[in-house]
Write a protein of this length. Structure first.
Length: 64
């Protein structure tokens, strides 16, 4: 009976540890996904800013 109780406790601890690790992994994946989206957004914004600057520069009259 004692062995069964010990085994059940070990299984419970293992399950709890697994749940914590799974939660950490999910948080890590969410964080990586957020970083990817943020990076892509920054690149789009930078490209948009560059295009805007080139457009504005081309609209200005040439100074001689």
């Amino acid at each position: 009976m004692v062995d069964v109780t010990k085994q059940l406790r070990r299984i419970e601890r293992f399950t709890q540890t697994s749940e914590v690790l799974l939660g950490n992994l999910q948080n890590l994946k969410l964080h990586e996904s957020f970083e990817e989206h943020a990076s892509a957004s920054l690149k789009r914004n930078a490209s948009s800013d560059e295009i805007q600057a080139m457009t504005e520069a081309s609209e200005r009259p040439l100074e001689v």
